[in-house]
Design a protein around this ligand. Sequence first.
Ligand code: APR
Length: 237
Amino acid sequence: MNLFVLTGAGISAESGLGTFRDPGGLWRRFDPMRLATPEAFAAEPDEVHAFYNLRRRGVREAAPNAAHAALVRLEAGLAARGGHLFLCTQNVDDLHERAGARAVTHMHGELMRVRCTACGEGRPWPEDLSVETACPSCGRRGGMRPDVVWFGEVPLHLDAIADALDEADLFVAIGTSGAVYPAAGFVARVRGAGIPTHEINLAPSDTAGLFDAATYGPATRAVPAFVDGLLRETGGS
Ligand code: APR
């Protein structure tokens, strides 16, 4: 079986990382247009760095949860039977990787990486960043930015994602509101191809009506239960 799993902020919520649009969510407390656009970075780099430094510290202090771990079991279980899990995340945290996921496609980039706007060099970067930080590659200061996709920028790995959607036998969305495209459009695309779809979320998402099946509840309970059921169905442990 080729399984496509799309995750959003809800899978990391029980690890203590906030979501964006829930009550108290990040974009309920901060204006994304002032912190998560190339224009904002050009105009107020110190504010943008302070915002992402805080988020980076939060990710460092967070731990993967049972939902991340269940997807690692699923990845291994499918591979053991010649199947494949394509794990696409909208999240910029590294909790999937720290749970042991072997292949994660970060379509919105990665908070624990930075990129130099002068030379384009990207690299892992768990520490704080400022306008004083010199690029280790070209030496220039003032241009080091979080390696995340901001509003108005093109999401990453779209060709690989499209291929994986075309090859999927099942599409599962976990912990996403279905508010942001192109990710929110994936379910309609696979549905149009007759592929079964399943939503796992705390509450029905904006695209809930497009899913054939749904499990509502906290991800740390719903995802392990879903994974156990799927592995049983597909003849695995
Ligand atoms: N378990 C499962 N789902 C949860 C939990 C939980 N414990 N807590 C919250 N959720 C669900 C909410 O019901 C909501 O539908 O997670 C979803 C989070 O939605 P958003 O906050 O909109 O996050 P997301 O869908 O990942 O946002 C997509 O928007 O701003 C951009 O780049 C940002 O990647 C992000 C994108």
